[in-house]
Unconditional design. Structure first.
Lengths: 405, 65
């Protein structure tokens, strides 16, 4: 972030999701915007940005690939250099018809039947992290559930899937911070900030060319579309997607869920006493604390329900706001641990449904199960720091352990 | 009672497969398919309704017969 940035003056007309107050107060901000009769917030920042906050309008934008391009999905002061329909990180940055071709390549490795076998490895990773917290004195010991636990789970899994050294996890978190949090840099600085990520991936791709093995990097380097291998930019762009999208999204979901349990002892007790409730509880965590807001670029000037959108302006797609719209969900502002009807949009809607949703759901479920198994009772023990930008979740989450399993 | 999947609308959220694996399977791409002809065996009616009520894309429906 730049030093001279000014705080958002008004969420309806000067929305800024890089303002630290935005994620901290997101739920109230969306409620206020909906109640004010302004379901589409606007900002002159980032070269122009709109943000619908109702389920109906978020759904409409997500489905409308004629007027809205996925060429850019992270709002910043620049615009992606690689044009539609491929975009810099296919398939998330791709538009039809290329999108479906690029997506079909990656669906099989992330299908439920490919992901389910990771159960034991994810569980072992979680219990290792819990073991590493050292001696626990119930009633006294404070652990940081974001730093010592949540943030290390998805990064280790995706590093293994890509065939990258898991010990580079701190480097990966730096890349993710550059892409997703340092969004308000001037355009030239923003573009330059991606250089280390590109160079790291160039080295990994060269290393995989020398040592091909059974991992997603080798798969992307060899897979063919109608007899042709993917372009180098496509391979590297898809790896960027898998690395960036797979890390702090799920880390945020795990952190937010633990934050909820730390502040709602009845729900914590229910998870401990009734493991079957997790089938519904995981979806309710995802609804109530969905971490991911996507974005689109307006293709051509377009009047969207009276909003005069200009070509190349951003449209934020706050799926987390759609998930809390009382016009779509009963008791939208309440966490209902066994909510039976839950058409939440945490993984998006339409053709760009999160490719990694099966993996994310598996990691979230196991992370919560193992944390609660080890610590059947815990409470919030200090200030929580929330992320900035399109991914919302706790970055510091001190909890006091009250019981040790 | 039978369940149906609209494959044009299904985006592979896999909610039906998680909630009612007796009625739904997923293909290699993670998209939902009904098991057999989709007939809902006695006792599975509630699971069929849950699958319908949890599909974010409204791709699942229950039909009589």
């Amino acid at each position: 972030m730049t030093n001279q940035r000014t705080p958002a003056a008004d969420w309806a007309s000067d929305l800024d999701h890089a303002d630290p107050r935005y994620n901290e107060h997101a739920h109230e901000i969306w409620d206020e915007l909906r109640a004010s009769g302004c379901p589409v917030a606007h900002s002159d920042r980032y070269g122009g940005m709109w943000a619908p906050v109702t389920h109906e309008l978020v759904h409409e934008v997500a489905y409308d690939t004629d007027h809205f391009s996925s060429r850019g999905v992270i709002v910043s002061n620049t615009r992606p250099l690689i044009p539609a329909p491929i975009g810099p990180a296919p398939p998330i940055t791709s538009d039809p018809p290329f999108h479906q071709i690029a997506r079909r390549l990656l669906l099989p490795p992330f299908s439920p039947k490919s992901i389910d076998p990771w159960d034991a490895e994810v569980r072992r990773l979680c219990t290792d992290l819990l073991d590493r917290m050292g001696d626990i004195e119930p009633g006294t010991t404070i652990v940081d559930a974001a730093v010592q636990y949540a943030q290390s789970i998805p990064v280790n899994v995706i590093a293994r899937m890509l065939g990258f050294p898991p010990e580079d996890e701190e480097i990966f978190r730096g890349f993710v911070h550059n892409v997703l949090e340092a969004i308000d840099l001037p355009a030239e600085e923003r573009i330059a900030s991606f250089q280390p990520l590109d160079e790291y991936l160039d080295r990994q791709i060269r290393e995989h060319a020398d040592n091909p093995r059974d991992d997603l990097t080798t798969y992307l380097m060899n897979v063919e579309i109608e007899g042709n291998k993917l372009s180098y930019e496509h391979v590297r762009g898809s790896i960027v997607l898998l690395l960036v999208a797979g890390i702090d999204t799920t880390w945020s979901a795990i952190g937010s869920s633990i934050w909820h349990l730390a502040t709602h002892p009845d729900d914590l007790a229910r998870v401990g006493d009734d493991p079957d409730v997790m089938l519904f509880a995981v979806e309710e965590f995802l609804r109530a604390y969905a971490p991911v807001t996507m974005a689109r670029l307006v293709k051509d000037d377009y009047d969207f329900h009276g909003c005069p959108m200009k070509a190349d302006e951003w449209v934020l797609l706050p799926f987390p706001a759609a998930n809390r719209d009382p016009a779509f969900f009963e008791r939208a502002d309440e966490f209902v641990i066994d909510r039976a009807e839950n058409r939440h949009a945490a993984f998006g809607l339409g053709i760009h449904r999160c490719l990694g949703s099966n993996l994310a759901r598996l990691e979230l479920r196991i992370a919560i199960e193992e944390f609660v198994r080890r610590f059947p009772s815990f409470e919030l023990a200090g200030d929580v720091t929330w992320s900035v930008g399109q991914i919302r979740g706790p970055r510091a989450l001190p909890v006091r352990v009250l019981a040790h399993g | 009672m039978r369940v149906e999947v609209n494959s044009e609308l299904c985006q592979g959220h896999n909610r039906c497969y998680a909630l009612a694996p007796e009625l739904f399977d997923v293909d290699d791409y993670g998209n939902a398919v009904v098991i057999g002809d989709g007939t809902v065996a006695p006792g599975l009616e509630e699971k069929a309704r849950l699958a319908v009520a949890n599909c974010p894309e409204y791709a699942i429906s229950v039909v009589d017969g």
